[in-house]
Design a binder for this molecule. Structure first.
Ligand SMILES: [Cu+2]
Length: 124
């Protein structure tokens, strides 16, 4: 299991996860922040390609009403943990992509990924 902590600093404590193609992975996100869920909550969104993080983050800014997960880009989401408020914990279990490469993960809440709340799943 990979445990990722997010807090008020707008960073994930884990920014690199290395897996083998198709490996089953359990990711747990812990929001150890103290700020309100709306605007300072954290989620974990794994995207399907190296170039998808920025467009997803940009679209998320205006997707506050759907917990910062823009529906138009849902097809790019490989796995996710929905928005967590302070002291909440979320889990997801999924199989890594079978194609080797880098897959970005971000917190899509209110521009957090631009501030540094992002990382990479590396399949090799
Ligand atoms: Cu966040």
């Amino acid at each position: 299991m990979v445990v990722i902590v997010g807090n008020n600093n707008l960073k994930f404590n884990v920014t690199k996860i290395e897996v083998t193609p198709g490996q089953k992975i359990h990711v747990q996100l812990r929001n150890e922040g103290t700020m309100p869920k709306d605007g300072m909550g954290h989620n974990w969104i794994l995207l399907d390609g190296d170039n998808e993080a920025m467009p997803y983050a940009m679209a998320s800014v205006s997707a506050r009403d759907v917990a910062y997960m823009p529906k138009a880009l849902a097809s790019h989401v490989l796995a996710f943990i929905p928005l967590l408020g302070p002291k909440e914990v979320g889990d997801v279990t999924f199989n890594a992509p079978t194609k080797p490469g880098k897959y970005p993960f971000i917190c899509s809440c209110s521009g957090h990924s631009m501030a540094g709340m992002r990382g990479e799943l590396i399949v090799k």
